[in-house]
Design a binder for this molecule. Sequence first.
Ligand code: URP
Ligand code: ZN
Ligand code: ZN
Length: 463
Amino acid sequence: MSFDTLIRKGTIVTATDTYAADLAIADGKISSIGRDLPPESARKVIDATGLFVMPGGIDVHTHLDMPFGGTTSADDFESGTRAAAWGGTTTLIDFAIQYHGQSLHQAFDTWMKKADGKATIDYAFHCIITELDDERARQMKQLVAQGVPSFKLFMAYPGVFMLDDASIFRAMSVAADSGAFICMHAENGGAIDVIVQRALAEGKRAPKYHALTRPTAAEAEATGRAIALAEMAGAPVYIVHLSCAEALERVREARERGLPVYAETCPQYLFLSIENFDVPGFEGAKYVFTPPLREKHHQDKLWKGLAQDQLQVVSTDHCPFCFKEQKELGKDDFTKIPNGGPGVEHRLSLVYSGGVHGHHFSPNRFVQLVSTAPAKLFGLYPRKGTIAVGSDADLVLFDPEAENVLSARTHHMRVDYSMFEGIRVKGVARTVLSRGDVILDKGNFLARPGRGQFLKRQTHAGI
Ligand code: URP
Ligand code: ZN
Ligand code: ZN
């Protein structure tokens, strides 16, 4: 018995179990788990005393190097994957966008090139569809076979990303036949646009009007409509970046009826609120993303939703734009502020801190939300998302008691502000391994750009 690496004396935490064991790694995979594995058989020994050994985080919603609103998101696949790894995330699923007139294959090829030679951790893609004719419907099936089995559709952003109900229903019908999984941006874009135009006509141009023109009813209506369309098509559906109690209620009702309906929320909706717009001048632009921040009372419903499996995943919707020069594009008009916020680095710390130390759920549920459920829903399990013999050795050695104060001064995202500036978290990634390579160790980042591999995914497995 010989190992490349032995992790000793840690506490293994999976979505179901917590136990003391050593873990051995050979050829990038977990090769043994057991008590008192022999250290002399390992080339490298890591002492995990006092630490949790968890599967690496999987963030299924990021936008790296993404053109939007006349600019491009500030993290590319090098800086974005590096920041993710600093926080204990070892796999990302980003979005390849099919722009009007393009094929789905062009979208995929463009994003493959963006990641190539840059990614420091493993990555995969969903494809955003902005037009759906017969040819693109065929291309959906081809992408499924190429390892891209999930597609994001928009019910918002008319004229840019939004699909009409007929196209959404067709895409869902293809999904029902092919095993593809539809991820839905659920906001009623048509109604929102009317409210936005009214606000502009009344001279309401400050950042907070981005939030005030996107009511919770617009999200709840679209969530209910997406669920109804999916039910008619006989397809599962995954609601992305769910932000409010009203939309959650639609998901809860559907799940109670036994429908394959899933949803994610993001740390910004759990930790921030509409009150974040009470800042001087244009500062509120730091919080302009869609869906917008809501009143504080929604947070508690979202935490409960995570605990009670009404929500299955926490992703980040990492879509960073610098305050200077990028957010400032909307200085005189909130509709010109690029939508999105930075968050890929701090998901694990924030969710552990608020969720486990905040007494909402157990460390096992935490692992389920940030790693195992994402892996199962998006066709990466059991290669990723668990600790088992034969799984990739994507691991995070996590100190559940260590504290950190989040700040742009210390973060690794390539953006000049933090949405979570000054928030104290308890629970910090100390050492991170990706396919057996130590890529982060006690404050040293060790991964070479380009070592991250593209992951062909299987079709969706229900959870
Ligand atoms: O404001 C956001 N969320 N920007 C990224 C695009 C999206 O809708 O996810
Ligand atoms: Zn979206
Ligand atoms: Zn997004």
